[in-house]
Design a protein around this ligand. Structure first.
Ligand code: PLP
Length: 366
C-alpha cells in the first residue's frame, strides 16, 4: 500500500517509535503490563493539571464514542436530565446516545459556525431545575470551531450542576485546566492529540462524582465505575485490553513530554494551523469558521468557485502525492477539511499547499 501522511483529526500520523511499540505481545495480567496502565493513568492526571485526591482516570476499550457513551450511560441516572449544548455532529451524537439509553435530555442546538453561549446555558439552568448535568464538545471536529468550555463551565458550576466535556480532539494538544474550569468528566481518546493509535478512550473523572454514580449504569461493558474499580486496584483492565495500543500510547505520552509537554505541542499545532490557513488563503480558499473561533486542530475550507471541483478527484490527487485529507461534514455547504495534528510539521503544510496549488493550476489548464 502507498504510504501517505494523515491530515485528519485522528487516527493521525504517528511516529515510527510509537508504531514500533506494537511489535511486542503482552500478557494482560502481568505486573509489568499493569504498571504501564497505572503510569498512563498518572500521566493523564498530570496533563489535566489535577490532583490524584480530587480526580481519577478510567481507560475504556473502544473508540472515543464508546468513552462518551460510557459517561452518559453510567453517571446520568434515571431521574436525572442532561442539557446538551451542540454546534456540530459530535454534540448531536450525544443526543443519539441519550435516545438509545433512554436518558432524558434537552438540546440547546447552536448553528455550526457559532459557539454555544454561556449566558443561554445559565438561563436554561435557572429555568429548569430538573437539569442535573450539562454536556458539551470542546473542539467540534465537524467544523474545527473551538467552544468556550471555560465560560460554560463557570455557568454550570454557579448553578451547581455536573459538567461533562468531550475534549476528544483537543486534550493533549491544548491546555485544559480541568478543575479550574469546573469539569467533572472529561473524555478523549488514544488516537488524537496524544498521538497514539486507535483502540481506547480515557475519562478523567472527579472522584466524588464517579463514586456517586453507583447503581446508575445501564450497560455492563461501558460501566464506568465498574471499570474504574477493577483498574484502580492494580492497573488490571476489566476485560481484554488493547495491549498493543496501550504500549503505543505509553510511548506517545513519553514523546509528548519530550516535545515539551502540552505548551510545546499546542504551539506546533497552532503554527501549523496558522500557516495552513494563510497559505490556503493565498491560493484563494476561504474558511467556514471566522478567525476568532477557529481552533488549532482542523480547518473547514469551502470548495473553490473558479475551477470545476470534485472532491474525490482532489483527494486522489493529493493522496498520490503523499497526504490524506478529509471530506467536509456540513450537510448544506460544499466544504472539505484539513487537519494539522499528529506528527505533522511546517514542511508538511508547505508541501501540501504546493500540491493543492498545482492541482488548481492543472484545473485552470495552465
Ligand atoms: C473523534 C471524536 C469523537 C469520537 O469519535 P470516534 O469515531 O468514536 O473515535 C468524539 N468527539 C469528537 C469531538 C471527536 O473529534
Amino acid at each position: 500500500m502507498n504510504q501517505y501522511k494523515l491530515l485528519t483529526p485522528g487516527p493521525l500520523t504517528t511516529t515510527d517509535s510509537v508504531k514500533k511499540e506494537m511489535m511486542a505481545d503482552r500478557c494482560t495480567w502481568d505486573d509489568d503490563y499493569k504498571a504501564v496502565t497505572q503510569d498512563i493513568r498518572r500521566r493523564l492526571l498530570k496533563l489535566a493539571g489535577v490532583s490524584d485526591q480530587e480526580y481519577t482516570t478510567v481507560l475504556m476499550q473502544g473508540s472515543g464514542t464508546f468513552g462518551v457513551e460510557s459517561i452518559f450511560s453510567s453517571v446520568i441516572g434515571d431521574h436525572e436530565k442532561v442539557l446538551i449544548c451542540s454546534n456540530g455532529a459530535y454534540g448531536e451524537r450525544m443526543t443519539q446516545i441519550c435516545d438509545r439509553n433512554r436518558i432524558s435530555y434537552v438540546h440547546y442546538q447552536q448553528v455550526y459556525d457559532k459557539v454555544p453561549d454561556a449566558s443561554e446555558v445559565a438561563r436554561r439552568l435557572e429555568e429548569d431545575p430538573s437539569i442535573t448535568h450539562v454536556a458539551m464538545v470542546h473542539s467540534e471536529t465537524t467544523s474545527g470551531i473551538l467552544n468556550d468550555i471555560q465560560s460554560v463551565g463557570k455557568a454550570v458550576k454557579a448553578a451547581g450542576r455536573t459538567f461533562i466535556v468531550d475534549a476528544m480532539s483537543s486534550f493533549g494538544g491544548m491546555e485544559i485546566p480541568v478543575a479550574e474550569w469546573g469539569i467533572d468528566f472529561l473524555v478523549s481518546s488514544a488516537n488524537k492529540c496524544i498521538q497514539g493509535v486507535p483502540g481506547f478512550s480515557f475519562i478523567i473523572c472527579r472522584r466524588d462524582q464517579l463514586l456517586a454514580s453507583e447503581g446508575k449504569a445501564r450497560s455492563l461493558s461501558l460501566d464506568l465505575l465498574d471499570q474504574w474499580k477493577c483498574m484502580e486496584k492494580d492497573g488490571k483492565w476489566r476485560y481484554t485490553s488493547p495491549t498493543h495500543v496501550v504500549l503505543a500510547f505509553a510511548q506517545a505520552l513519553k514523546e509528548l513530554d519530550a516535545e515539551g509537554g502540552i505548551p510545546a505541542r499546542c504551539k506546533r499545532y497552532t503554527e501549523n494551523n496558522r500557516l495552513l490557513i494563510q497559505k490556503m488563503k493565498e491560493l484563494g480558499f476561504t474558511t467556514y469558521i471566522d478567525s476568532t473561533h477557529q481552533g488549532p486542530i482542523i480547518t473547514t475550507f469551502f470548495y473553490p468557485s473558479n475551477v470545476s471541483f470534485q472532491f474525490p478527484e482532489f483527494y486522489q490527487y493529493i493522496k498520490e502525492r503523499g497526504y490524506a485529507i478529509y471530506p467536509g461534514k456540513l450537510t448544506d455547504l460544499d466544504t472539505f477539511r484539513i487537519g494539522n495534528i499528529g506528527e505533522i510539521y511546517q514542511e508538511d503544510i508547505e508541501k501540501l499547499v504546493q500540491i493543492i496549488g498545482s492541482f488548481l493550476a492543472e484545473k485552470r489548464g495552465e
